[in-house]
Ligand binder design. Structure first.
Ligand SMILES: [Zn+2]
Length: 143
């Protein structure tokens, strides 16, 4: 790491620690843990669904290759494909939002989409994921 010249040892240590904290925060935004995901899901529900969807757990899964997300409404559990890791936060949030709405409405009917559209970047995120799937598999995927 390149340090600014003329720092005392204490300053230097503090500076290094600050840089490492900043890096860790950045890394966490790009690679949220399961706990981070649950916190985000709870926030999204409060913000866009009047807190009506109550997620109990949200976790990354490695074995979900044909869907971005899935959920078990009876248990309030949501699973996200590990392929979403490293994608922009607003895209991951969209998939969380999609699954949150499934906790309330199982099928992809008009009521479902009306709730999903409360997330302002829903349309853009769908386009992003469709483009990604087309490039990777030559076919779109849903959840
Ligand atoms: Zn769905």
């Amino acid at each position: 790491m390149l340090l600014p010249a003329g720092l005392s040892t204490t300053d230097e240590e503090q500076w290094v620690r600050r840089m490492l904290d900043r890096l860790a925060a950045k890394e966490q935004r790009r690679h949220p843990s399961d706990d981070d995901l649950l916190e985000r899901a709870t926030e999204l529900s409060a913000r866009y669904l009047d807190g009506k969807a109550v997620p109990i757990s949200v976790r990354w899964v490695e074995n979900q290759l044909h869907r971005w997300g899935s959920c078990t409404p009876d248990h309030g559990t949501i699973r996200l494909s590990a392929r979403l890791r490293g994608m922009p936060a607003w895209v991951v949030d969209y998939v969380i939002m999609h699954e949150l709405v499934h906790l309330l409405v199982p099928s992809h009917g008009p009521r479902f989409w009306a709730l999903v559209e409360r997330y302002p970047r829903a349309e853009r995120a769908r386009g992003f994921l469709e483009g990604f799937s087309m490039a990777a598999n030559g076919a779109p995927e849903e959840c």
